[in-house]
Design a protein around this ligand. Sequence first.
Ligand code: NAP
Ligand code: ZN
Length: 366
Amino acid sequence: VICKFFMPTKVFLGKDCIIDNAAQLQALGKKAFVVTGRSSAKANGSLASVEAALRASKIAYSVFDRILSNPSIELVREAAKVAKEEGADFIIGIGGGSPMDAAKAIAVLAANEIDDTVLFSGPYPQPVLPIVAVPTTAGTGSEVTQYSILSDDRLQTKSSIANEAIFPQIAFLDASYTQHLPVHVTINTAIDALSHAIEGYLSAKATNISSMLAAESMTMLGKCVKVLAGKVDFAVREQLLYASMLAGMVIAHTGTTALHSMGYSLTYFKDIDHGRANGLLMYQYLEFISMEHPSIVAKIVSLLGMENLGELKNCLDRLLGDKELISASEIQQFSAKAIQAKNIVNTIRRPSQEDLAGIIERSFCG
Ligand code: NAP
Ligand code: ZN
């Protein structure tokens, strides 16, 4: 075998795909536990669509609407306790990456009495509850990945579960719910998808299939990012959601790389949104890779429909606006954390901690 491809999620795409395929839920159980953030799922219609589909399929349900961004291990444990008390047969995560990732961890913990070490390493003694994902941001691709990223206060970073048992069984992608995303969430999540496609293309684990998906995703995202600062019409919303799903399929095979490792520290310690954190570091990361692998970076630039890396830099600078301030001691602390991350080994030009410190410094102080 020279390449493995595994993507067990049944994906439905398009307007009204939830209600049109409500019968798909019947095989998953009689009681659903619906997991959302505090308010967006109620405001954008996604929760109402899921509730209508559950009613149409005569499935009982309860809603847990307290997932915060970058959910912690404690929060998913608390939600899993409720899911267990409710007797849930399956879990539906609606929202951005935070509620979808929380839903995955809840599906593990509602069926398994395990400590944090086993939660992150597996294997799990009992089968994980089936998971349904409804993305309402176009960025993480979590609807088609085996990852759940949780804030880990013991390790002071974001830690990931990577386990095939948490691939969603079903993903419903309806861009209608993303239509009123705030501008900054649209931008940050699109950049997250872009970083998945780019990092997947540059990963030591890239395969022919993952690179084909990454290339398609970059081609679409390259066009989309040029129009993100203005009003984003529905056709572009659909492309963003589709491209972010493709990029999710990419990282499901390739993992992320040093760019995400560094980004996790910016999110954990400075509360910078996940996609924005990647975007702030992206240009300098590509410069670093380009020094050893110029042709592959040139290929990325051309797939994005851009003239050179400088054009990508200008585009990112425009979208991201003023940068946060960062101190010399923070740069040391973040690079020390990042170099220990699991995904460092996927980086085709293996960085030292000094290399990472240099990328962070040039990104913020350049
Ligand atoms: P998010 O934290 O899920 O959501 C960000 C904000 O957007 C929240 O305030 C949310 O409000 C709001 N929001 C969501 N959908 C909306 C909509 N349709 N309209 C208006 N507002 C909406 O952000 P995210 O960037 O999607 O996810 C980030 C998380 O995903 C991070 O923890 C990251 O590490 C993880 N991630 C996971 C993977 C993976 O493969 N599993 C990959 C990349 C990133 P509410 O709170 O009210 O819902
Ligand atoms: Zn990401």
